[in-house]
Design a binder for this molecule. Structure first.
Ligand code: NYM
Ligand code: MG
Length: 223
């Protein structure tokens, strides 16, 4: 806080994670309207952020329009978060809550499912802003696959999603909130609202902003 026009209460960083077709995107937009309705300043973000030039490279790769080495695409996904870090910090400090559809955990779970080293993947994320709340929308890969089928993007295949699920479960620690993604929409909404309001309150009461995986203890999988 380096000047007087920041609100004293900071915003919260709320992250939703889950497999493709786990319901994250609908839940994020529902949560956004709810939080706005309570009078909070809230923005919805997503990663990959396809609007930047790095995001466009990622989008072309996902659409199978380009081929990239697994590490190269991983670095782009990570760079896509780093290019938004300063903006994210400023928004949070100015009192804006950000609801994010995917974050570093997607980066790790998807790339490790392709065979990359977990420690290597995590190290690149160290120093990004740590979420105040990570909600994992947990759904069996088979069930996600049944939901209207997958699109045509890379990674949207059952076998691959099974591996991603396994790595999400490795990353999941006591700080995550796991919500059963197979529940009816309304039941999920209710849990997300309650968890988010609790989180927002803690941040307003002075919970400090932290960096992600900033120490070895924080990051048991880092080399
Ligand atoms: N994805 C997403 C990654 O592989 N690494 C990352 O760092 C992120 C943020 O991109 N299948 C994958 C997960 C998805 C795909 O995301 C596109 P979305 O949420 O479907 O636009
Ligand atoms: Mg998708």
């Amino acid at each position: 806080m380096d000047n007087g026009h920041y609100n004293s209460a900071r915003g919260s960083l709320i992250v939703l994670e889950g497999l493709d077709r786990s319901g994250k995107t609908s839940q994020c937009s529902n949560l956004l309207s709810y939080l706005r309705g309570t009078g909070l300043s809230v923005e919805a973000w997503r990663f990959p952020d396809r609007s930047t030039s790095i995001g466009q490279l990622i989008s072309a790769y996902l659409a199978n329009e380009s081929q990239l080495d697994d590490k190269a695409i991983h670095l782009l996904f990570s760079a896509n978060r780093w290019e938004k870090r300063a903006l994210m910090e400023n928004k949070l400090k100015s009192g804006i809550t950000i609801v994010v559809d995917r974050y570093s955990y997607s980066g790790v779970a998807f790339s490790v499912a392709k065979g990359l080293d977990m420690g290597w993947c995590m190290a690149l994320e160290m120093g990004l802003i740590a979420p105040d709340l990570v909600i994992f929308l947990d759904i069996p890969p088979e069930k996600a696959a049944e939901r209207g089928g997958y699109g045509t993007e890379r990674y949207e295949q059952l076998e691959f999603q099974r591996k991603v699920a396994k790595h999400y479960h490795t990353l999941c620690d006591a700080s995550w909130e796991v919500v059963d993604g197979s529940l009816p929409m309304e039941a999920i909404q209710k849990q997300l609202r309650d968890l988010s309001m609790h989180c927002v309150m803690k941040c307003q009461q002075g919970k400090p902003l932290m960096n992600l995986w900033s120490s070895k203890e924080d990051c048991p999988h880092c080399n």
